[in-house]
Design a protein around this ligand. Structure first.
Ligand SMILES: C[S@@+](CC[C@H](N)C(=O)[O-])C[C@H]1O[C@@H](n2cnc3c(N)ncnc32)[C@H](O)[C@@H]1O
Length: 217
């Protein structure tokens, strides 16, 4: 990325005008540390990338009041909908950033902030000429390595088989991550099912779950 482009993207990312107590502002000059995220410190912090309508994180946040949930989502209507969900349940442990996580990730947060990072159903970019737009690539593993501590967990889901196979290959080539139990699962119980996931299941799609633990930096 050229410096000019980076400045332009930062001015977009840091100028989003949401006036809400649930909104976190990203800044090019100050990385967010644990103590900057919420008005109190939590035991652990969870990051969801592309949180959509927010129902997954909201359900988890209700059950895990000692974990702070940070959501990144680029679509305004989904962010507003998530704000309403947070308000309805009076949650104090969910905040949202309106930042494109393919532009900035390890520049937004300090190192080792999150014990778990979730990427559920990112755009699969099925056409070969668009593969360069996929989130899952070796550079993204660098971002994960920066934001997770040793022992931290990354959870991925997709309904697109070729993307799942590509993600398996990316992880096989990187000895910093190991499978949590098995390389690939077709069921996952610890993370709630989103509307999107339910719809895909109803269409008869198989869902591929890939979990990895960071074992070295
Ligand atoms: C297919 S939806 C899945 C939503 C949710 N994760 C779920 O499981 O239902 C993907 C979501 O990620 C968001 N998204 C995709 N790429 C993004 C990016 N680079 N930065 C921020 N949000 C992104 C989209 O706006 C959309 O809401």
């Amino acid at each position: 990325m050229t410096q000019d482009l980076e400045q332009k993207l930062w001015s977009i990312a840091s100028g989003i005008p949401f006036d809400s107590e649930y909104f976190l502002q990203a800044s090019p000059t100050r990385k967010l540390k644990k103590e900057n995220l919420f008005s109190k410190e939590f035991e652990t912090y969870f990051l969801e990338l592309g949180s959509g309508w927010g129902e997954v994180a909201i359900e988890m946040a209700r059950k895990q009041p000692n974990t702070g949930f940070v959501l990144m989502e680029k679509k305004f209507d989904r962010i507003r909908h998530t704000f309403r969900g947070i308000e309805r349940h009076s949650l104090k442990n969910v905040k949202i950033l309106c930042v494109n996580f393919n532009w900035f990730l390890e520049d937004v947060f300090a190192e080792n902030v999150f014990s778990q990072i979730l990427l559920n159903f990112p755009d699969p970019w099925p056409k070969r000429r668009h593969h360069k737009n996929r989130t899952m690539n070796p550079k993204f593993l660098y971002s994960l390595k920066t934001l997770l501590p040793i022992g931290g967990k990354f959870s991925f889901a997709t309904d697109y088989g070729p993307y799942a196979r590509r993600v398996l290959r990316i992880f096989r080539d990187d000895d910093r991550f190991r499978p949590e139990e098995i390389e690939l699962k077709f069921e996952r119980s610890e993370i709630p099912v989103s509307h999107f996931e339910r719809k895909k299941r109803e269409e008869g799609k198989r869902i591929y779950y890939i979990d990895r633990i960071l074992i070295k930096k």
